[in-house]
Design a protein around this ligand. Structure first.
Ligand code: PLP
Length: 405
């Protein structure tokens, strides 16, 4: 079928005889004008990433301190090789959802490895971390239930919570006592209750009080889901935030992504076998979507293998982040993420521009990704960064008059 140009009238069988898009385009333009007026316009910028943390953007060559490839594994020869071999062997795409013909045996190996790392009976891999959260949450709680979430959890946890149609209460960021308070007030009026938090907060780099939230969950007959998107491969020897001194904390639902430190793509849930079987039977974002390409599964498994076998590599991102916070007299980093909150959108954009002029790529993060008035530079550190790269970045930040005195 050949569609007419958007400005030409659509006629014929469907009976449309007016130009197709005017009202819609006007609507979009008005919305965009409001976004622009608030200095919140987002633009795509073609970027070529390279090994070693370098990127090419148009004519510029920059050193990236803003991606989530914490171990540099997306560029690792072993992951590329694994992806190419699996593609050669099984094809470029999965061809169908997992429950039809997309369940390549590579999934089983990957899920067994995830379950081992996470110390759970089982694990399940989704198409992405976003798809995981919007599938897991509505599978486990519904309209009669309660969700108690940290006020700063990621957009996809909010999306999952809304899809669940449960009552949602937000506790003060990283405040387990406030979580207890809300549970004390509201838990008894609901059938089931799910607590949501992030192991490492994506925009703040701080870490949830997982043990205290686990205790709150126990005390109030609730289940705890920890999103470890920024913790797997980085925290606790790479196993994530569900552990302390090698011991598993009481977290029923360890969720995360394969697209950050693991260097590939996909999301996962590690949990008990009955929970995983329920997900396979009920999670819509697992059932009604095409399986991941075989090359991606193979790369993810290789990434996890490297994380399990190389503690020296895993220790580097936080060590680099600490060197940065020390150089700038900032509170010591506890993850690979260090925010520098500047408040105003224009100020954050200007600081990012000026760092780019000095060869550093650090994206300005603005609302609605972060709360109003807390626009920031979000620095992320990778095993690929050399100590001298971090020192040069700290020097550039100081030269802009940012950081602590
Ligand atoms: C905390 C958190 N959860 C989930 C996601 C989504 O993961 P994915 O990129 O695999 O969809 C992200 C980032 O993208 C994140 O920062």
């Amino acid at each position: 079928m050949i569609l007419p140009q958007s400005s030409a009238p659509l006629a014929g069988d469907w009976g449309y005889d007016r130009p197709m898009t005017n009202a819609l385009d006007d609507f979009a333009r008005d919305k965009l004008a409001a976004i622009e007026a608030a200095t919140l316009t987002r633009r795509l910028k073609p970027t070529v990433r390279q090994a070693g943390g370098g990127v090419r953007r148009g004519p510029s060559r920059l050193l990236s301190f803003c991606d989530n490839d914490y171990l540099g594994l997306s560029q690792h020869p072993a992951l590329k090789r694994a992806a190419m071999d699996a593609t050669e062997r099984f094809g470029a795409g999965a061809g169908a959802s997992r429950l039809v013909t997309g369940d390549n045996p590579l999934y089983q190996a990957l899920e067994a490895r995830l379950a081992r790392i996470k110390g759970t009976e089982a694990a399940i891999v989704f198409g992405s971390g976003y798809l995981a959260n919007i599938g897991i949450i509505p599978t486990l709680v519904g309209a009669d239930d309660l969700i108690v979430a940290d006020e700063l959890v990621h957009a996809c946890l909010h999306a999952g919570a809304r899809l669940a149609r449960a009552e949602i209460l937000l506790f003060r960021h990283n405040d387990a006592e406030d979580c207890q308070r809300l549970l004390g007030l509201a838990r008894r009026n609901h059938r089931h209750c799910l607590i949501l938090t992030e192991g490492v907060f994506s925009m703040d780099g701080d870490r949830a009080p997982v043990a205290a939230l686990g205790a709150a969950a126990r005390a109030h007959d609730a289940w705890l889901l920890v999103d470890d998107a920024h913790a797997l491969g980085v925290i606790n020897g790479g196993r994530g935030s569900g552990f302390t001194d090698g011991e598993r904390l009481p977290v029923e639902l360890q969720m995360g992504t394969l697209s950050k430190a693991v260097g590939a793509y996909g999301g996962y849930l590690a949990a008990s076998r009955p929970v995983i079987e329920l997900i396979v039977n009920r999670a819509r974002s697992l059932i009604y979507t095409t399986a991941l390409p075989p090359g991606t599964l193979a790369a993810a498994e290789k990434g996890l293998e490297l994380i399990e076998s190389d503690p020296g590599l895993v220790a580097k991102p936080v060590a680099r982040a600490r060197a940065f916070t020390q150089a700038l007299n900032l509170p010591a980093a506890v993850s690979a993420i260090v925010p520098l909150i500047l408040g105003d959108e224009a100020r954050a954009l200007d600081a990012a521009d000026r760092l780019a002029q000095r060869g550093f790529l650090v994206t300005a993060i603005r609302p609605p990704t972060v709360p109003d008035g807390s626009s920031r530079l979000r620095f992320t550190f990778s095993a690929e960064h050399r100590e001298e790269d971090v020192a040069a970045l700290a020097e550039a930040v100081r030269a802009l008059g940012l950081g602590a005195p």
